[in-house]
Design a protein around this ligand. Structure first.
Ligand SMILES: C[S@@+](CC[C@H](N)C(=O)[O-])C[C@H]1O[C@@H](n2cnc3c(N)ncnc32)[C@H](O)[C@@H]1O
Length: 315
């Protein structure tokens, strides 16, 4: 990364606009979200409310916004220009964004992963939220107009990340959504840490349905198992509901979780005989390859052995 180091500074946990902060308010070593945006007034926005807002006030995380307009050119502080090659709209200039990135780095030196919010990126998910939460923080670049000059991404090695397969007018709502999902995973932000263990996506599954008082509403009762007091039965019921919901609503998640389970089972296999027996029930087409090729030498690693059989089955 071609960034200059400008010495160590920490950034405020205050909800005040950054221009009103001074260095004494800034917290060293606290997880930091840094956002480069044309709309700094939109932050903390929703992140200043409820649990994320309380955590921000309590110094469990800190937020720093870099105003792209501060680096605009001419007396009009222009940040954009017409697309090279023609076409509709405007593009954020590389020299303007480059200066904003240098400012972001000077105020709070990287390494923090830096991402450009963009519909072209891989979709943000719970796994990414967990990875961001376990690091020192993240710097997010919010695009506007038709987007950002590609050379900035190349020069700084910036990765892209998308909120989903739709196009918004700017990256700010995406930044707030991703930061909300990340900040709630930071230690101490949620009152009940167990709730992040059991919720949707924590084990690759959707969560079971939830109920609370009154016990009967509009003629509908809470499922009797949940009222039984039998914790084993309740856990089983929740697991079954979670599996049914995942299988029916998100076959992609269901297939991935099945594959993970299968991988775990295969990893535990130590000899060809057990592998053959396993494949007979779980993947008969691969067992068939083994039967047809008794001379085949399989790799010792059972996962690689299965990969080889799958390749042979396809050929
Ligand atoms: C109108 S969009 C530009 C879309 C771009 N021309 C394209 O077709 O990919 C303006 C900015 O909004 C942000 N944005 C829009 N949709 C997004 C999404 N699904 N995820 C993340 N950021 C998004 C990006 O920062 C983008 O630069």
């Amino acid at each position: 990364m071609a960034l200059k180091s400008h010495g160590r500074k920490s950034i405020s946990a205050s909800l005040k606009p950054r221009s009103l902060m001074d260095d004494s308010e800034r917290l060293a070593g606290v997880w930091m979200a840094q956002v480069i945006t044309l709309l700094p007034q939109a932050f903390p926005g929703l992140l200043g409310e409820s649990l994320t807002g309380k955590a921000l006030k309590d110094g469990l995380w800190q937020l720093d916004t870099v105003n792209l307009r501060d680096h605009g050119l001419t007396k009009h502080r222009n940040v954009d220009d017409t697309p090279a090659g023609g076409g509709a709209g405007m593009v954020l200039r590389a020299d303007v964004m480059g200066a904003a990135i240098e400012e972001a780095h000077a105020r709070a030196p990287f390494p923090r992963p830096i991402y450009y919010l963009s519909p072209r990126g891989p979709r943000f998910d719970q796994k990414m939220a967990r990875a961001w939460a376990s690091g020192p923080g993240v710097t997010l670049i919010c695009g506007r107009f038709e987007g950002l000059d590609e050379r900035v991404l190349e020069h700084y090695g910036i990765r892209e990340v998308s909120l989903g397969d739709f196009v918004m007018t700017g990256g700010e709502p995406a930044a707030q959504a991703m930061l909300d999902a990340t900040v709630r995973l930071l230690p101490g932000v949620l009152g009940n840490a167990a709730s992040t263990v059991e919720e949707s996506f924590s084990d690759g599954m959707l969560e079971h349905p939830q109920y609370t008082r009154p016990a009967e509403w509009q003629g509908r009762e809470i499922p009797p198992t949940l009222m039984s007091g039998n914790h084993g039965e309740i856990a089983r019921w929740r697991r079954e509901m979670s599996e049914t919901l995942t299988r029916t609503r998100r076959p992609d998640l269901w297939a991935a979780s099945r594959e993970d389970l299968l991988d775990d089972d295969i990893r535990a296999i130590r000899d060809t005989q057990t592998l053959t027996a396993f494949l007979e029930t779980e993947a008969p087409e691969l067992a068939q390859v083994l039967r047809e090729r008794p001379d085949l030498t399989l790799p010792a690693d059972p996962l690689r052995a299965v990969a080889l059989l799958a390749r042979l089955a396809r050929s």
